[in-house]
Write a protein that binds this ligand. Sequence first.
Ligand code: UD1
Ligand code: CA
Length: 456
Amino acid sequence: MNKPLNVLIMAAGLGTRMKSRRAKVLHELGGSPLIAHVVRAAQALNPRSIITIVGHQAEEVERAVLAEAGDLASFVTQAKQRGTGDAVESARSLLENSDSLVLVLSGDVPMIKIRTLQNLIEQHNNGGAACTILSVRLENPTHYGRIIRDDSDSFQKIVEERDASDEERQVKEINSGIYCFESEALYAALRKVEPKNDQGEYYLTDVPGIILAAGGKVSVYLHHDAREVYGVNTRAELAEFENLVRRAAIRKLMVDSGVTFIDPSHAYVSAEAEIGRDSIIHPNVTIEGKTVIGEGCVIRSGVRITNSRLGDAVVVKDHSIIVDSQIESNCAVGPFAHLRMNATLEEKATVGNFVEVKKSRLKRGVKAMHLTYLGDATIGERTNIGAGTVTCNYDGKNKHETIIEDDVKVGSDTMLVAPVRVGARSVTGAGSVVTRDVPPDSLVAGVPAEVKRKLK
Ligand code: UD1
Ligand code: CA
């Protein structure tokens, strides 16, 4: 029977080399904080708990973890960052007597794959080790701790670069900073860690050597893909990672989902986005957050879509922005349209050039083709909104609602002074300023608009 698994994520450091006021693990990769990537990998292992060691900007880091892990998450504060050994020490009371496996991860190593962690745990369980270290070989191992082996190739110790001899620095096998420990052996060994090194810190990297000296077994899982364990240390590295994540997301959409990218190197798609087959994404499109796009859509250049949902066969023309909104199938949007704050376009609605839609519902077949602001409005089926129409929804204090019923023809340059309702099948003349409700089947015009005649 395998022991239960607890995951420990070290994330208390500031990350000085980021030259930032924000804690490193809060910097975003592919639209989510670095630590969110690590938490997602941890979650996929079905652990008993995910314990995060927090320090710098603890509250924000906790929020980022909770957003992913919810109930599984708990936190330990490491007030002073005295080294990775001290970080793990902070969780002693939670883990020392847990008789579990402790998987140690770093909040700044976001590319680690679930499969790799599973392999590490499997080797650990099969080998009967007290500690298993994930290592990789690097052409340029600078800055990393080195795995030192004896003549028979068995693990001896980890040496940090700054404490290493010239000979040890030649070693290309490095410590990834990811380990699997038996809880008991880990916390027994941690008692013996001393800050006797160049930085005067408590190093977790001393623990495997201590376990070995105490007669415990230490194994090393040498992984083939070094990229997975790269840590983010500078913004230059963050940008490289961003590129890798983005390329992987786009490749997956092309290969697995059947999406066409006209120029994959100039498209920006979050890892959480879903796009249906035969959709075509033109250059310089940004798709952020949990956006879902259906099949056979066309997204033209310069469009940004954030946390929105598009049905099938939607065309979004150049330079439109769609945020937190829903567009049903067979709609057309843009160019230069702006949909935001829960704008909803029902089937076959069309929104054209320089049209802004805020917190409004455009029902089936509505057309608003040119230079219009629709805010806090509900527009009935098949209604046509003429060029330059404005819902005057704000009186300086409050926002008011505009309701336009089915089959209305709103004349060009109509001002709808909310709260106001326009009845079904009515017509407003060009330049009308509608301050009072318009009954159904009427023609209104003028300033303020008055009923000129009944249409039926
Ligand atoms: C560490 C390892 C090194 C390994 C490398 C892999 C040690 C001493 N060295 O070095 O062998 O090759 O990772 O990336 O462990 N942290 C805390 N509290 C602290 C110190 C650090 O929570 O007191 C957190 C940091 O926020 C970070 C993680 O631990 O998320 C790793 O710390 P960092 O200082 O980046 O260690 P490295 O120098 O990269
Ligand atoms: Ca690091």
